[in-house]
Design a protein. Structure first.
Length: 368
Protein backbone atom coordinates (compact mmCIF):
# COMPACT_ATOMS: atom_id res chain seq x y z
CA UNK A 1 0.00 0.00 0.00
CA UNK A 2 1.26 3.48 -0.93
CA UNK A 3 0.27 6.32 1.40
CA UNK A 4 1.08 9.90 0.37
CA UNK A 5 1.30 12.97 2.60
CA UNK A 6 -1.22 14.86 0.47
CA UNK A 7 -3.59 14.07 -2.40
CA UNK A 8 -4.55 16.93 -4.71
CA UNK A 9 -6.02 14.71 -7.43
CA UNK A 10 -9.30 13.89 -5.69
CA UNK A 11 -10.23 17.52 -5.12
CA UNK A 12 -9.30 18.38 -8.72
CA UNK A 13 -11.82 15.82 -9.94
CA UNK A 14 -14.53 17.72 -8.06
CA UNK A 15 -13.66 21.16 -9.40
CA UNK A 16 -12.34 20.31 -12.87
CA UNK A 17 -15.53 21.05 -14.83
CA UNK A 18 -16.32 24.41 -13.20
CA UNK A 19 -12.66 25.40 -13.21
CA UNK A 20 -12.46 25.04 -16.98
CA UNK A 21 -15.53 27.28 -17.35
CA UNK A 22 -13.99 29.88 -15.05
CA UNK A 23 -10.71 29.83 -16.96
CA UNK A 24 -12.46 30.29 -20.31
CA UNK A 25 -14.38 33.25 -18.90
CA UNK A 26 -11.16 34.74 -17.52
CA UNK A 27 -9.24 34.29 -20.75
CA UNK A 28 -12.09 35.98 -22.59
CA UNK A 29 -12.03 38.99 -20.22
CA UNK A 30 -8.19 39.06 -20.06
CA UNK A 31 -8.35 40.55 -16.54
CA UNK A 32 -5.48 38.49 -15.18
CA UNK A 33 -4.54 40.97 -12.44
CA UNK A 34 -7.18 41.93 -9.84
CA UNK A 35 -10.01 40.69 -12.06
CA UNK A 36 -13.59 40.38 -10.81
CA UNK A 37 -12.85 36.91 -9.43
CA UNK A 38 -10.43 38.39 -6.89
CA UNK A 39 -13.19 40.44 -5.24
CA UNK A 40 -15.49 37.42 -5.37
CA UNK A 41 -12.85 35.29 -3.63
CA UNK A 42 -12.26 37.96 -0.98
CA UNK A 43 -16.00 38.16 -0.31
CA UNK A 44 -16.24 34.37 -0.02
CA UNK A 45 -13.26 34.21 2.33
CA UNK A 46 -14.72 36.96 4.52
CA UNK A 47 -18.02 35.09 4.72
CA UNK A 48 -16.59 31.67 5.59
CA UNK A 49 -14.17 33.15 8.14
CA UNK A 50 -16.69 35.58 9.63
CA UNK A 51 -14.34 38.52 9.18
CA UNK A 52 -15.13 42.01 7.90
CA UNK A 53 -12.23 42.43 5.49
CA UNK A 54 -10.03 40.17 3.36
CA UNK A 55 -7.12 41.25 1.14
CA UNK A 56 -5.89 38.67 -1.35
CA UNK A 57 -2.14 38.71 -1.92
CA UNK A 58 0.44 36.82 -3.96
CA UNK A 59 1.78 34.50 -1.24
CA UNK A 60 1.83 33.79 2.48
CA UNK A 61 5.18 35.59 2.71
CA UNK A 62 3.77 38.71 1.06
CA UNK A 63 0.82 38.52 3.45
CA UNK A 64 3.23 38.96 6.38
CA UNK A 65 5.14 41.78 4.68
CA UNK A 66 1.92 43.62 3.77
CA UNK A 67 0.68 43.20 7.36
CA UNK A 68 3.94 44.53 8.83
CA UNK A 69 3.90 47.54 6.49
CA UNK A 70 0.27 48.26 7.40
CA UNK A 71 1.31 48.25 11.06
CA UNK A 72 4.07 50.78 10.29
CA UNK A 73 6.93 48.47 11.25
CA UNK A 74 10.15 50.33 10.48
CA UNK A 75 13.91 50.14 10.84
CA UNK A 76 15.13 49.21 14.34
CA UNK A 77 11.64 48.27 15.57
CA UNK A 78 11.48 44.96 17.41
CA UNK A 79 9.09 42.20 16.39
CA UNK A 80 8.80 39.08 18.55
CA UNK A 81 8.49 35.78 16.67
CA UNK A 82 8.79 32.09 17.63
CA UNK A 83 11.98 30.19 16.88
CA UNK A 84 9.99 27.30 15.39
CA UNK A 85 8.47 28.67 12.20
CA UNK A 86 9.04 28.94 8.46
CA UNK A 87 11.83 31.20 7.17
CA UNK A 88 9.56 33.98 5.93
CA UNK A 89 8.23 34.84 9.39
CA UNK A 90 11.72 36.05 10.25
CA UNK A 91 12.90 37.26 6.83
CA UNK A 92 9.84 39.50 6.42
CA UNK A 93 10.83 41.36 9.59
CA UNK A 94 14.44 41.76 8.45
CA UNK A 95 13.46 42.95 4.98
CA UNK A 96 11.79 45.97 6.60
CA UNK A 97 14.91 46.75 8.63
CA UNK A 98 13.29 45.66 11.88
CA UNK A 99 14.81 43.24 14.39
CA UNK A 100 13.34 39.78 15.06
CA UNK A 101 13.30 38.89 18.75
CA UNK A 102 13.15 35.14 19.14
CA UNK A 103 10.90 33.34 21.63
CA UNK A 104 10.68 29.65 22.47
CA UNK A 105 7.66 27.41 21.84
CA UNK A 106 5.65 24.98 23.93
CA UNK A 107 6.74 21.37 23.70
CA UNK A 108 3.13 20.16 23.94
CA UNK A 109 1.79 21.77 20.74
CA UNK A 110 4.60 23.73 19.06
CA UNK A 111 2.98 27.15 19.53
CA UNK A 112 4.84 30.15 20.92
CA UNK A 113 5.43 30.25 24.68
CA UNK A 114 3.57 33.31 25.93
CA UNK A 115 5.51 33.57 29.21
CA UNK A 116 8.72 33.72 27.17
CA UNK A 117 7.22 36.42 24.95
CA UNK A 118 6.34 38.61 27.93
CA UNK A 119 9.95 38.54 29.14
CA UNK A 120 11.15 39.86 25.76
CA UNK A 121 8.85 42.86 25.37
CA UNK A 122 10.74 46.17 25.49
CA UNK A 123 10.03 49.80 24.62
CA UNK A 124 11.17 48.99 21.07
CA UNK A 125 8.64 46.16 20.62
CA UNK A 126 6.09 47.17 17.98
CA UNK A 127 4.49 43.82 17.15
CA UNK A 128 4.22 40.15 18.03
CA UNK A 129 3.84 37.56 15.29
CA UNK A 130 2.24 34.44 16.69
CA UNK A 131 2.43 31.33 14.51
CA UNK A 132 -0.34 28.74 14.48
CA UNK A 133 2.05 25.90 13.76
CA UNK A 134 0.64 22.53 12.60
CA UNK A 135 -2.86 24.07 12.69
CA UNK A 136 -2.58 24.57 16.46
CA UNK A 137 -3.57 28.02 17.69
CA UNK A 138 -1.81 29.58 20.68
CA UNK A 139 -3.80 31.29 23.41
CA UNK A 140 -4.53 34.38 21.33
CA UNK A 141 -6.91 35.73 23.95
CA UNK A 142 -4.00 36.05 26.39
CA UNK A 143 -1.72 37.45 23.70
CA UNK A 144 -4.36 40.01 22.72
CA UNK A 145 -4.62 41.18 26.32
CA UNK A 146 -0.83 41.60 26.50
CA UNK A 147 -0.71 43.50 23.21
CA UNK A 148 -3.57 45.80 24.18
CA UNK A 149 -1.88 46.59 27.49
CA UNK A 150 1.47 47.31 25.83
CA UNK A 151 -0.15 49.03 22.81
CA UNK A 152 1.57 46.80 20.26
CA UNK A 153 0.22 45.01 17.20
CA UNK A 154 -0.68 41.32 17.22
CA UNK A 155 -0.22 39.58 13.87
CA UNK A 156 -0.94 35.89 13.39
CA UNK A 157 0.95 33.82 10.84
CA UNK A 158 -1.82 31.34 10.10
CA UNK A 159 -0.26 29.73 7.03
CA UNK A 160 -1.04 26.31 8.51
CA UNK A 161 -4.23 27.09 10.45
CA UNK A 162 -6.95 28.07 7.96
CA UNK A 163 -10.21 27.07 9.64
CA UNK A 164 -8.75 26.45 13.11
CA UNK A 165 -10.45 28.00 16.15
CA UNK A 166 -9.54 28.80 19.75
CA UNK A 167 -12.38 29.24 22.23
CA UNK A 168 -14.63 28.87 19.17
CA UNK A 169 -13.10 31.98 17.59
CA UNK A 170 -10.99 32.37 14.46
CA UNK A 171 -7.52 33.94 14.60
CA UNK A 172 -8.60 37.32 13.24
CA UNK A 173 -11.12 37.74 16.07
CA UNK A 174 -8.13 38.27 18.37
CA UNK A 175 -5.52 39.89 16.15
CA UNK A 176 -4.81 43.17 14.40
CA UNK A 177 -4.19 41.19 11.22
CA UNK A 178 -4.11 37.47 10.49
CA UNK A 179 -2.22 36.11 7.51
CA UNK A 180 -2.56 32.86 5.62
CA UNK A 181 -0.96 31.01 2.73
CA UNK A 182 -2.67 29.18 -0.12
CA UNK A 183 0.44 27.23 -1.12
CA UNK A 184 -0.76 24.01 -2.84
CA UNK A 185 -0.03 21.76 0.17
CA UNK A 186 -2.06 23.89 2.61
CA UNK A 187 -5.52 22.99 3.93
CA UNK A 188 -6.93 25.44 1.37
CA UNK A 189 -4.37 25.46 -1.42
CA UNK A 190 -4.17 27.12 -4.82
CA UNK A 191 -2.36 25.78 -7.90
CA UNK A 192 0.59 28.09 -7.35
CA UNK A 193 1.41 30.80 -4.83
CA UNK A 194 -1.28 32.90 -3.16
CA UNK A 195 -2.21 34.21 0.28
CA UNK A 196 -4.50 36.55 2.19
CA UNK A 197 -4.70 38.99 5.08
CA UNK A 198 -7.76 39.14 7.36
CA UNK A 199 -8.76 42.01 9.63
CA UNK A 200 -11.75 43.61 11.29
CA UNK A 201 -10.02 47.00 11.27
CA UNK A 202 -11.12 49.18 8.34
CA UNK A 203 -8.06 51.45 8.49
CA UNK A 204 -5.66 48.50 8.28
CA UNK A 205 -7.76 46.98 5.49
CA UNK A 206 -7.61 50.12 3.36
CA UNK A 207 -3.85 50.42 3.93
CA UNK A 208 -3.25 46.79 2.92
CA UNK A 209 -5.23 47.18 -0.31
CA UNK A 210 -2.98 50.09 -1.27
CA UNK A 211 0.24 48.42 -0.09
CA UNK A 212 -0.33 45.25 -2.15
CA UNK A 213 -0.47 47.35 -5.35
CA UNK A 214 2.77 49.34 -5.15
CA UNK A 215 1.31 51.76 -2.60
CA UNK A 216 -1.05 53.25 -5.18
CA UNK A 217 -4.06 55.14 -3.80
CA UNK A 218 -5.08 55.75 -7.40
CA UNK A 219 -3.63 54.64 -10.73
CA UNK A 220 0.08 55.46 -11.08
CA UNK A 221 0.02 57.55 -7.89
CA UNK A 222 1.82 56.14 -4.83
CA UNK A 223 1.03 57.56 -1.39
CA UNK A 224 2.79 54.94 0.75
CA UNK A 225 5.57 52.38 0.47
CA UNK A 226 4.18 49.26 -1.14
CA UNK A 227 5.09 46.28 -3.29
CA UNK A 228 3.70 44.10 -6.03
CA UNK A 229 1.80 41.62 -3.88
CA UNK A 230 -1.45 41.24 -5.81
CA UNK A 231 -3.08 37.83 -6.01
CA UNK A 232 -3.46 36.85 -9.65
CA UNK A 233 -6.91 36.12 -11.01
CA UNK A 234 -6.05 32.57 -12.10
CA UNK A 235 -5.41 31.54 -8.49
CA UNK A 236 -8.59 33.34 -7.43
CA UNK A 237 -10.53 31.17 -9.91
CA UNK A 238 -9.00 28.03 -8.41
CA UNK A 239 -9.71 29.05 -4.82
CA UNK A 240 -13.32 30.07 -5.56
CA UNK A 241 -14.01 26.46 -6.55
CA UNK A 242 -11.91 24.80 -3.84
CA UNK A 243 -13.49 26.82 -1.04
CA UNK A 244 -16.84 25.16 -1.78
CA UNK A 245 -15.49 21.95 -0.26
CA UNK A 246 -13.34 23.36 2.55
CA UNK A 247 -15.75 22.83 5.46
CA UNK A 248 -16.28 19.19 4.53
CA UNK A 249 -12.56 18.68 4.05
CA UNK A 250 -11.66 20.20 7.44
CA UNK A 251 -14.27 17.99 9.14
CA UNK A 252 -12.68 14.93 7.56
CA UNK A 253 -9.20 16.07 8.54
CA UNK A 254 -10.40 16.50 12.14
CA UNK A 255 -11.80 12.96 12.13
CA UNK A 256 -8.47 11.55 10.96
CA UNK A 257 -6.61 13.63 13.53
CA UNK A 258 -8.72 12.12 16.31
CA UNK A 259 -8.00 8.59 15.08
CA UNK A 260 -4.26 9.23 15.08
CA UNK A 261 -4.32 10.81 18.55
CA UNK A 262 -6.42 8.02 19.98
CA UNK A 263 -4.41 5.14 18.52
CA UNK A 264 -0.92 6.59 19.04
CA UNK A 265 -1.35 8.05 22.52
CA UNK A 266 -0.49 4.72 24.18
CA UNK A 267 2.86 4.37 22.42
CA UNK A 268 5.44 5.47 24.98
CA UNK A 269 8.27 5.86 22.46
CA UNK A 270 6.64 8.81 20.74
CA UNK A 271 5.22 12.16 21.80
CA UNK A 272 2.25 13.46 19.80
CA UNK A 273 2.02 17.23 19.50
CA UNK A 274 -1.59 18.09 20.29
CA UNK A 275 -3.46 21.41 20.45
CA UNK A 276 -4.63 22.61 23.84
CA UNK A 277 -8.16 21.67 24.90
CA UNK A 278 -9.61 25.03 23.81
CA UNK A 279 -8.25 24.74 20.26
CA UNK A 280 -10.20 23.07 17.47
CA UNK A 281 -7.38 22.33 15.03
CA UNK A 282 -8.00 22.09 11.30
CA UNK A 283 -6.13 18.81 10.87
CA UNK A 284 -3.37 20.45 8.87
CA UNK A 285 -0.68 18.17 10.29
CA UNK A 286 -0.15 15.13 12.49
CA UNK A 287 3.21 15.60 14.21
CA UNK A 288 5.06 13.18 16.44
CA UNK A 289 8.41 13.55 18.19
CA UNK A 290 10.64 10.52 17.96
CA UNK A 291 14.28 9.68 18.60
CA UNK A 292 16.32 8.71 15.52
CA UNK A 293 13.71 10.09 13.14
CA UNK A 294 15.74 9.27 10.01
CA UNK A 295 15.74 5.57 10.86
CA UNK A 296 11.99 5.72 11.53
CA UNK A 297 11.29 7.57 8.30
CA UNK A 298 13.38 5.15 6.28
CA UNK A 299 11.39 2.29 7.76
CA UNK A 300 8.06 3.96 6.97
CA UNK A 301 9.22 4.66 3.43
CA UNK A 302 10.12 0.98 2.99
CA UNK A 303 6.49 0.19 3.89
CA UNK A 304 5.15 2.67 1.32
CA UNK A 305 4.29 5.43 3.83
CA UNK A 306 5.46 8.93 2.99
CA UNK A 307 6.44 11.20 5.90
CA UNK A 308 7.85 14.73 6.19
CA UNK A 309 9.49 17.17 8.62
CA UNK A 310 8.20 20.62 9.67
CA UNK A 311 10.92 21.82 10.13
CA UNK A 312 14.43 20.36 10.37
CA UNK A 313 15.91 23.65 11.60
CA UNK A 314 14.71 26.39 13.89
CA UNK A 315 15.04 30.00 12.73
CA UNK A 316 18.23 30.65 14.72
CA UNK A 317 19.88 27.40 13.60
CA UNK A 318 20.09 28.87 10.10
CA UNK A 319 23.04 31.08 9.05
CA UNK A 320 20.86 34.03 8.01
CA UNK A 321 19.40 34.41 11.50
CA UNK A 322 22.09 32.94 13.74
CA UNK A 323 22.99 36.31 15.29
CA UNK A 324 19.51 36.52 16.86
CA UNK A 325 19.74 33.25 18.77
CA UNK A 326 18.90 32.93 22.44
CA UNK A 327 20.81 30.12 24.14
CA UNK A 328 18.02 29.61 26.67
CA UNK A 329 15.69 28.40 23.91
CA UNK A 330 15.44 24.61 24.04
CA UNK A 331 11.97 23.37 23.07
CA UNK A 332 12.18 24.64 19.49
CA UNK A 333 15.46 22.81 18.96
CA UNK A 334 14.05 19.59 20.36
CA UNK A 335 11.03 19.75 18.04
CA UNK A 336 13.23 20.50 15.03
CA UNK A 337 15.47 17.57 15.85
CA UNK A 338 12.76 14.98 16.44
CA UNK A 339 9.60 15.96 14.52
CA UNK A 340 7.98 13.71 11.95
CA UNK A 341 4.75 14.53 10.11
CA UNK A 342 2.46 11.64 9.26
CA UNK A 343 0.18 11.50 6.19
CA UNK A 344 -3.13 13.35 6.47
CA UNK A 345 -5.50 14.70 3.84
CA UNK A 346 -9.31 14.82 3.52
CA UNK A 347 -9.47 11.97 0.99
CA UNK A 348 -7.50 9.55 3.13
CA UNK A 349 -9.47 6.39 3.88
CA UNK A 350 -9.77 4.86 7.34
CA UNK A 351 -8.01 1.71 6.15
CA UNK A 352 -5.07 3.87 5.04
CA UNK A 353 -4.90 5.57 8.44
CA UNK A 354 -5.05 2.12 10.05
CA UNK A 355 -2.18 0.95 7.86
CA UNK A 356 0.02 3.89 8.90
CA UNK A 357 -0.69 3.17 12.57
CA UNK A 358 -0.01 -0.53 12.02
CA UNK A 359 3.39 0.28 10.48
CA UNK A 360 4.28 2.51 13.44
CA UNK A 361 3.38 -0.23 15.90
CA UNK A 362 5.41 -2.78 13.95
CA UNK A 363 8.40 -0.43 14.02
CA UNK A 364 8.23 -0.43 17.82
CA UNK A 365 7.42 -4.17 17.87
CA UNK A 366 4.03 -3.53 19.47
CA UNK A 367 1.42 -6.23 19.04
CA UNK A 368 -2.31 -5.52 19.31
Amino acid sequence: MKIQMINLHENFKLINKNLKKNFLKLFSSQKFILGDEVQKLENNLSKINKVKYTVGVSSGTDAIIVALLACNIKKNDEVIIPDMTWISTASSVLLLGAKPIIADVNLEDGTVNIDNIEKKITKKTKAIISVSLYGHMPNLSKLKSICNKKKIYLINDGAQSFGSKHNNKYCHEYTSISCTSFFPAKVLGSYGDAGACFTNNKTLYEKMKIIRAHGQSKKSYSTTLGLNARIDTIQACVLIEKIKFIKKEIRRRSEILKIYHSMLSTIKQINILQPDEKCRANGSSVVILINDKKRFQNYMSSKGVQTANLYDYTITQQPTFKKYQDREIKNSKLIAKNNVCLPIHPYMKNKEVAYVIKCIKRYFKITD
